[in-house]
Ligand binder design. Structure first.
Ligand code: DAK
Length: 270
């Protein structure tokens, strides 16, 4: 795995086997690319994903990241074949949570663009992103119960926070899938669009965010995420300090000056 010290020179975007990547208009795009297995997340795919996300997080030209799959599947879960004969010791030794934790700590906003299946670890990966745009054909679910296990990468926690206890309990205990429209109504996702538009819509959202001052975006993301692991008092304190800190940024000076001069700001990420 690439360390936090990765630089723009030590990664070859074309070298990956299970992901496709590109950069356009300050957004990084990562497409899970294991189509014959509905993008089931095996260890090499996860390793490549984290390596690329880490690189994008450190690349100043990239200000927002879009994570997508293909029309049939975002990801149908963790690779069942890799888990079928695993013992608890195997799972401990694989230490896969290192990768999931790394994704959780990406500073730049992550927009998931979803079509088709987002199941199990695929649904958990989507929920680890900051925003979700889905096609009308998207199918979400935590079907792990059907395999004799439970969601292992945050599903019981993130789904419950997003849709509430009663719904999450039913979904996790039955393994029933749910539609994009339901996900929207329950507050899990941001928008549902026709299938031909989901990636475009996600890119547009990412581009809007990429046009904002990057340091303020980073502080805003951190502050919103604080809600999930702190009291209101500590969350407000965190937000206040981040707010004060932004008064030391050049982008704050530029943003306010541009407003007063009635022109568009030019943010530098400083
Ligand atoms: N793993 C491995 N292969 C999968 C897969 C999966 N999750 N999902 C689909 N595939 C493969 C199928 O085996 C098939 O491969 P071939 O037989 O062609 O070689 C190919 O993808 C196409 O799938 P189907 O033929 O089944 O396609 P259908 O359209 O008929 O059905 C389906 C689509 C999505 C309904 C079905 O494939 C399905 O039910 N898939 C499994 C869904 C599922 O149960 N997902 C949850 C998996 S458990 C962890 C973090 C996370 C997790 C675990 C640990 N740590 C950090 C430790 C997460 C666990 C899970 O996600």
């Amino acid at each position: 795995m690439t360390s936090a010290m990765s630089t723009s020179t030590d990664i070859d975007l074309k070298s990956f086997q299970f992901i496709l990547t590109s950069v356009e208009d300050h957004i990084g795009i990562i497409q899970l690319n294991r189509p014959d297995k509905l993008n089931a997340i095996n260890m090499p795919l996860m390793e490549e994903l984290v390596k690329c996300l880490t690189w994008m997080d450190h690349n100043e030209d990239i200000r927002c990241i879009v994570l997508t799959g293909n029309e049939r599947a975002f990801a149908a879960g963790a690779d069942i074949e890799q888990m079928a004969s695993a013992t608890p010791v195997d799972m401990i030794l694989r230490d896969q949570f290192v990768y999931w934790d790394r994704i959780r700590k990406i500073h730049k906003p992550l927009v998931a663009a979803i079509s088709g299946y987002a199941l199990g670890g695929g649904c958990e990966l989507a929920m680890t992103c900051d925003m979700i745009i889905a096609s009308e054909t998207a199918k979400f679910g935590q079907p792990e119960i059907n395999l004799g296990v439970i969601p292992g990468a945050g599903g019981t926690q993130r789904l419950t926070r997003a849709v509430g206890k009663a719904r999450a309990m039913e979904l996790v205990l039955t393994g029933n899938l749910f539609t994009a429209q339901q996900a929207l109504e329950w507050g899990l996702i941001n928008k549902v669009v026709p299938v031909e538009l989901y990636l475009e819509e996600a890119k547009n959202l990412a581009k809007t965010i990429a046009s904002k001052p990057p340091i303020a975006v980073r502080m805003a993301k951190e502050s919103v995420l604080k809600t999930f692991d702190t009291s209101l008092e500590s969350g407000l304190e965190f937000e206040r300090k981040a707010f004060y800190l932004l008064f030391a940024s050049q982008d704050k000076n530029e943003g306010m000056k541009a407003f007063l001069e009635k022109r568009q700001p030019e943010f530098q990420g400083r």
